[in-house]
Write a protein that binds this ligand. Structure first.
Ligand SMILES: [Zn+2]
Ligand SMILES: [Zn+2]
Length: 778
């Protein structure tokens, strides 16, 4: 434990973020900081109100303190007002709301019959937006939230009278579209559809939402309406393409952020490697680096000791508790009582408790807060002196959302990203351009996924018979999907179109549950704790598994797959459990390929069969393996999309990879490649799987497969194929730049490996990737 500095230096004694950072990094022997970026303060660029914006609306905004829009807001608003679909993709707190409120409300004021539909990914955000629109006090707009919590009694009033309805994609899918007859008055006058935080619609969920939006367009088209779509997105790679894929429409993008911001000194921080003997002694998977949690706790203690108001973001609830309690202990050792000024904050607290913590932090009664991502949406806690980010939060949008909590107006703030032992984190702290440069990470989705398209077409047909014109609307694969539904007896073809044959509506889950969800039930009380999707249940809920629910630990007594139910009891053992599986894969078809001499790159359909066969119990503190226990679970089949590359055995030998080491080389490259895919496409490593083999029966060569972990694919493998040279180049760099000797969780080990991370060869993985990169066209 490092000693903490004396409490609070006086004014003028080096309180700039750079000075503070200097003291933080001087604690240990090796300098953990790999890069410091000064993100300069920016003055905003205002623009005049667009001429079409009515005086009444300008006055309403002025009363709320908005005297003029920023240029990007005015630009996006005018595009939308002119009837162009537009996505505004700018930073956190850049005022994206005004960009859609302006054209939408101007239209509502000009046309007393017009209506607007607003979609948010969470109820909290919709409620937030409702407050903002209601506060403008515009006559006749009557904004209202319509979601699962809306009382029955109010629903009819909203349908009839509200002209600005705020809801979410689930309500649109389950409530509004199936009940379109009751909504016809609203839909036939719909002028704008606003899609807020549209980058959250990705993968299978995003693919479903894409079709829900097409169903909405179809209902509007029946009344001759073509509403304008206005989307708000976090900054990302190619937002126009992502928004176009989501809506199925041509979308213009506004990406230049002209709002003002405070300056931030942003440091990338890599925790040091542990002394070699300690690492060597430790068992399987034991950390080789100092953990990001301990590093963050020390940093939090040090900044709080200096009187700096600091927010630490930690990915898990348990992690936030650990960071807060370690920081408290360190502070109390330095100055008894000082630890009281640090607290943990997480989802699950009551609203009043959260407000109280936020207040204490804003007024300085509390100096340090360790939080999960609970603050990310809708809550207005900004203006901290320092923000610590423990582990890359998965997307650049989240990273900047978290860093954006730092900085009061006119004051510089400090942000620190502390790398976890993960290949993506390793890459990022050594490649600042990936954090601060132009974003490459794109929001991907795949509306052509047959497992999404079929069910969505069924929903559409149940709402109104499908016509040949609709097949164009629903895009690639729609005809095949309709034929399959006819074949299955779900649709009947008549001269006028395809009709839904059943009385009940199809039941379709937008999250694309992979098999029916499994209920987690506390055995003693019968209380339902939650559900786990079928695809993960074998890994997470097998007999003996330690299952975490909202930070509380349970152990599974039994998993009944027939009833879809796992019985658990509360218990906090000092071990964790890790399921192991055996996987086989066969190639169904090749969609596209690149022939690059000794190297081949492919995209295609595959069948993956996997079976969870055993689990390991490991001590939490040391990572030591206690034992391995067998399990008796059925195999699971998955038809999905994969990207794969092959190498000729000769090219590997020429690169110096001994034939005996080929399996370990490919396996290590596979793990790191999966770890780096989120750099190219917003996904996490649980969305994707992999398989590597020294010779595969379908390719007859050494092969590494990376596949989407969802039936029919979700767009991740496709994006990997499209960016293969950049993706595998980053994978190579992450491995090379990890300072460990023979592989660690920061480079080639994977926490979800079905083979217990064996065999793995770090050095040979680099040789494999060098061969691939030398041959693959850039
Ligand atoms: Zn390593
Ligand atoms: Zn593995």
């Amino acid at each position: 434990m490092t000693s903490t500095a004396a409490v609070s230096a006086g004014p003028g004694s080096g309180r700039t973020p750079a000075d503070l950072l200097g003291r933080l990094r001087a604690r240990g022997e090796a300098d953990p900081v790999t890069h410091v970026e000064r993100v300069p303060a920016r003055a905003g660029t205002p623009a005049p109100w667009p001429e079409w914006a009515p005086e009444e609306l300008r006055a309403a905004f002025a009363r709320r303190g908005v005297v003029a829009p920023w240029r990007h807001q005015a630009e996006a608003a005018s595009l939308a007002y002119d009837g162009q679909h537009v996505v505004v993709a700018t930073g956190t707190a850049s005022g994206k709301s005004l960009a859609y409120q302006l054209p939408a409300l101007a239209t509502l004021l000009a046309d007393p019959r017009a209506t607007v539909l607003y979609l948010a990914p969470t109820k909290a955000l919709a409620a937030d937006q409702l407050r903002a629109v209601a506060a403008l006090e515009l006559e006749g707009v009557r904004p209202a939230c319509y979601d699962g919590d809306t009382p029955r009694a109010e629903r009819e009033w909203i349908r009839r009278h509200s002209r600005f309805v705020l809801t979410n994609p689930d309500m649109l899918h389950h409530g509004i579209l199936p009940g379109h007859a009751q909504w016809s008055g609203f839909l036939r006058r719909l002028t704008y559809v606003v899609i807020d935080e549209c980058h959250t619609y990705r993968g299978v969920f995003g693919s479903h939402v894409a079709h829900v939006l097409r169903r909405l367009r179809r209902q509007c088209a029946r009344f001759g309406r073509t509403p304008v779509f206005v989307l708000a997105s976090a900054t990302s790679g190619d937002p126009a393409a992502a928004a176009g894929r989501l809506t199925g429409l041509p979308v213009a993008a506004v990406t230049e952020d002209t709002s003002p911001r405070g300056g931030v000194t942003f440091a990338l921080w890599e925790p040091p490697l542990l002394p070699r003997d300690a690492a060597a002694e430790a068992a399987d998977l034991a950390p080789v680096r100092r953990s990001a949690l301990r590093e963050t706790a020390d940093l939090l203690a040090d900044t709080v000791a200096e009187g700096v108001r600091t927010l630490a973001f930690v990915r898990s609830r348990r992690g936030a508790e650990v960071v807060a309690s370690n920081a408290r202990r360190a502070l109390d050792e330095a100055v008894p009582g000082l630890g009281d000024r640090v607290a943990a904050y997480r989802a699950g607290y009551l609203r009043e408790e959260r407000r109280e913590l936020e207040r204490a932090l804003l007024y300085g009664d509390l100096l340090g807060l360790a939080s999960t991502n609970a603050l990310e949406l809708g809550v207005d806690l900004i203006g901290l002196d320092a923000v610590l980010i423990c582990g890359y939060p998965g997307t650049r949008a989240s990273l900047w959302q978290q860093a954006g909590r730092a900085g009061r107006s006119g004051q510089e703030a400090l942000a620190v990203l502390v790398a976890r032992d993960d290949p993506l984190d390793t890459y990022l702290v050594h490649h600042p351009e990936a954090v601060f440069g132009r974003p490459v990470e794109a929001t991907v989705l795949d509306p052509a996924n047959p497992y999404v398209l079929g069910p969505q077409l069924a929903c559409a047909a149940a709402e109104a018979p499908l016509t040949p014109a609709d097949l164009t609307l629903f895009g690639d694969g729609a005809k095949e999907a309709v034929d399959a539904l006819v074949e299955a007896g779900a649709l009947r073809q008549r001269p006028t179109g395809w009709y839904w044959r059943h009385r009940e509506r199809p039941e379709v889950d937008l999250r694309g549950s992979d098999g029916a969800p499994v209920c987690v039930v506390e055995a003693a009380t019968g209380r339902l704790l939650g559900t786990v999707d079928g695809g993960s249940s074998h890994f997470l809920l097998h007999t003996g598994a330690v299952y975490l629910h909202q930070g509380v630990s349970y152990v599974v007594d039994s998993l009944d797959l027939t009833d879809g139910c796992a019985l658990v009891h509360p218990e906090e053992p000092d071990w964790s459990t890790h399921a192991r599986d055996v996987t086989s894969l066969s190639v169904v078809s090749v969609r596209s390929y690149v022939d690059a001499g000794p190297v081949g790159l492919f995209l295609g359909e595959v069948d993956v069969t996997s079976q969870v066969v055993s689990y390991q119990r490991r001590r939490i503190a040391s990572g030591e393996v206690i034992d391995t226990r067998p399990l008796d679970l059925p195999a699971r089949e998955l038809r999905t999309v994969a990207v794969w590359f092959t190498l000729s055995p000769e090219s590997l030998t020429a690169a110096g990879v001994d034939p005996a080491d080929v399996p370990g080389a490919l396996h290590a490259a596979e793990h790191a490649a999966i770890g780096l895919l989120p750099l190219m496409a917003t996904c996490d490593r649980w969305d994707i799987g992999g398989l590597s083999t020294a010779v595969h029966p379908d390719t007859e060569a050494p092969t590494v497969f990376v596949y989407d972990g969802h039936p029919g694919g979700a767009g991740f493998a496709e994006r990997a194929y499209g960016t293969a040279a950049a993706w595998l180049g980053a994978t190579r760099d992450a491995i090379v730049e990890c300072g460990c000797e023979s592989g660690c969780p920061s480079c080639v080990q994977s926490p979800k490996c079905g083979n217990g991370n064996n065999p793995l060869s770090k050095a040979d993985a680099v040789r494999v990737l060098d061969v691939v990169l030398a041959n693959l066209p850039r």
